[in-house]
Design a protein around this ligand. Sequence first.
Ligand SMILES: Nc1ncnc2c1ncn2[C@@H]1O[C@H](COP(=O)(O)OP(=O)(O)OP(=O)(O)O)[C@@H](O)[C@H]1O
Length: 335
Amino acid sequence: MNTRAPAVEARQLVKTYPGDVTALGGMDITVAPGIVFGLLGPNGAGKSTTVKILTTLARPDSGTATVAGHDVLRHPDRVRRAIGVVAQQSGADPVATGRENLQLQGRLYGLSGTALNRRVDELLERFTLADAARRPVKGYSGGMRRRLDVALGLVHRPEVLFLDEPTTGLDPEARTAMWEEIGRLAGEEGLTILLTTHYLEEADRLAERIAIVDRGRIVVEGTPDALKGELRGDAVRLELGEPVGEAGRTLLTGALTALPGVHEALCEGRRISVRADDGAATVPALLAALDRAGVTVASATVARPSLDDVYLRHAGRRYAEAETATETVLAGGVR
Ligand SMILES: Nc1ncnc2c1ncn2[C@@H]1O[C@H](COP(=O)(O)OP(=O)(O)OP(=O)(O)O)[C@@H](O)[C@H]1O
């Protein structure tokens, strides 16, 4: 059992932005030291606001938080010494070389002389940037820039590293390389990593524990396997010929959950999600029940539970829908 104090502890963080936007509505997080903790949620869920508060860049309206044992409101300077931050936007100077960027960052943290040079060389090597070290950053690929950003966040050997959407905007190859890099970092010298992501796959792959954020709160937290394990059996998804109305929905879900081996059924618009012991074996009975109810089925698929199903269960909507809903809001200029 891990008896060390939490690396990050936030209690009931509330943050409201002008225009009555509640970004955080009582956020609680506890991150044990030495693990990769994933804050997973769609755009606008409140992940960046949480990171800003924990990294002392914003103040909560109420609530408390400690990072590496220091109170973010009372001792922001101590927190800043103990953390590394890799923000969504690169902090590197594009005109300076990779080496110069690292040297400047090191100096800001009080390193100098051979200690600084040694640390810079080590990081350039570590992030496979040694060959590009003398080239201006503006000529780097997206993946190289991101690796430099992470190296910059590590110059002063922080206890806690914040990675805000580390792979957003990277092509699939660079994303996989970054995942491998983060995986390697995780095993190192007790470093704690808090990463935010809106990629289900990223959280599943990297994080030892995941907290799902929806509308400014944690809706569920646990290991990826435990979260998926909550959902017994297979997920069966049925696409309907036409949407089902409110009244029909209750009748249908009642009829489907009465079938043997079916644990739950959720109907939203044209889609029915069913959880069943043996998905493939249950499909014929599901189709027959829907046929009896006069509902036409366009397609049926069987899958192992994914984090998307966990999100649906706890947030009450599909992950992709939550993302689209936010995009609509953004397109409307509300943000
Ligand atoms: N400076 C601001 N002024 C007004 N509203 C804001 C501001 N920053 C964030 N918000 C709003 O607060 C909510 C939470 O935003 P936040 O950026 O924390 O979410 P997020 O989960 O990090 O999303 P993203 O992945 O897009 O960064 C959203 O509704 C957002 O529009």
